[in-house]
Design a protein around this ligand. Structure first.
Ligand SMILES: NC(=O)c1ccc[n+]([C@@H]2O[C@H](COP(=O)([O-])OP(=O)(O)OC[C@H]3O[C@@H](n4cnc5c(N)ncnc54)[C@H](OP(=O)(O)O)[C@@H]3O)[C@@H](O)[C@H]2O)c1
Length: 368
């Protein structure tokens, strides 16, 4: 009897230790930086739930003014209330942003220029995955439109503020599956042959290529851009492929053993946003708070340029409106102009030069 109890106890302790070690391994790296973000402003897209909400909670606790960019204001406000409950003095603001609508992206950016004096960190976190075939308001395939094109336009529109506030950071939440992705040039919107997996992978490869091309274009501006894989995290992202029954409490142990929780999943985003060791580092890929190698296709410079050109065309930005700016000094002047004259500036669906930083803006302002 004594022997049986001893064996049982030893097995239980061993199981406990093994589970602890396994769980520690699964949880990946934690961001250990104690950096404060007082007087800094951060925008996080898709921050009402999952990885985005946990990232917002952490950055708010570091003193940042955090703007939750959410498509559903009510859900955004619920998340903001949760954050305030945990961080009493948190400065959290909710703004509407639907990345499936270029008009919504433009309106969001306009509001940011109207209300914010600075932008220190932009975290492109929102995403959809493995959803049934669908289109954005502008007719783009949903994964490509939301995960890549919406963020492409948003980032370009906010660059002036990021540059003005530099040193500042852009963090792009991508995924490891970018390594299985390819650009389906013949059918970029997957109209002929739709695969939710291939469409998601393409959008995540585009996130990587955008990171690479943008980092080059932003050289010398003080703005860095890096992308990351958060790990396999138990969030709503897999809602289209997971059976509802899998949310049953009986599966909790499985999630506990195999998935990161959202707080653990947010660590690499937080690391990329605040860690001092990343100062000046740009165009890189991280996972588990460590630099990782991108897939070869993601490092293809020509491909990155081709995806940039296509994206600019699809969202209506011309090369003059994209970075790099040829004359930074003159661009800065335009930033000031943009800020002082914003109210006067005509802004409509077809007039993307609202955030322009070169001749057209003066022209527009003169007209307006
Ligand atoms: N979870 C993982 O295992 C995993 C692995 C690799 C990469 N990632 C990436 O991590 C990021 C965050 O995902 P998550 O796991 O936290 O998923 P999640 O819990 O589903 O959160 C996704 C967020 O994106 C928002 N969103 C979706 N479509 C949008 C739109 N059109 N406009 C604005 N916001 C929109 C969602 O808003 P609603 O709540 O209103 O839908 C939600 O806030 C994604 O980019 C995802 O691809 C996740």
């Amino acid at each position: 009897m004594m022997m049986t109890v001893l064996v049982f106890l030893t097995a239980a302790v061993l199981l406990g230790v093994l589970t602890y070690l396994w769980r520690k391994y699964i949880s990946g790296g934690m961001c250990t930086s104690q950096a404060r973000l007082d007087r800094k402003t951060v925008i996080i897209t898709g921050a009402n739930t999952g990885i985005g909400k946990e990232t917002a909670l952490d950055l708010a606790a570091r003193g940042a003014r955090v703007i939750l960019a959410c498509r559903d204001i009510k859900r955004g406000q619920e998340a903001a209330a949760e954050i305030r409950a945990q961080v009493p003095n948190a400065e959290v603001v909710v703004r509407r942003l639907d990345l499936a609508s270029l008009q919504s992206v433009k309106e969001f950016a306009q509001r940011i220029y109207e209300t914010e004096e600075r932008l220190d960190v932009l975290i492109n976190n929102a995403g959809v995955a493995w959803c049934p075939r669908g289109s954005t308001q502008d007719g783009f395939e949903l994964h490509f439109g939301v995960n890549h094109l919406g963020h492409f336009l948003l980032t370009n529109l906010l660059l002036d503020l990021l540059v003005k506030s530099g040193p500042s950071r852009i963090v792009i939440v991508s995924a490891r599956c970018h390594q299985h992705g390819y650009m389906n040039w013949e059918d970029i919107n997957w109209e002929e042959r739709y695969s939710p997996f291939a469409a998601y992978n393409q959008s995540k490869l585009a996130n990587h290529l955008f990171t690479r091309e943008l980092s080059q274009r932003l050289e010398g501006t003080g703005v860095t851009v890096n992308c990351l894989h958060p790990g396999v995290v138990k969030t709503d992202i897999a809602k289209y492929i997971f059976f509802k029954e899998w949310n049953h409490v009986a599966f909790c142990w499985l999630y506990f053993l195999l998935f990161k929780n959202p707080r653990e999943g947010a660590q690499t985003s937080i690391f990329c946003a605040v860690d001092e060791s990343l100062e000046g580092k740009t165009g890189l890929y991280f996972s588990d708070c460590k630099e990782k190698e991108m897939a070869p296709l993601a490092k293809d410079k020509e491909l990155a340029k081709k995806v940039w050109d296509l994206s600019a065309e699809l969202v209506g930005l011309n090369e003059q409106e994209c970075w790099p700016h040829t004359q930074l000094q003159s661009r800065r002047k335009h930033v000031d102009l943009l800020q002082t004259k914003w109210e006067e500036f005509p802004f409509n669906n077809n007039d993307i030069c609202v955030m322009d930083r070169c001749e057209p803006i003066e022209h527009c302002l003169r007209q307006g």
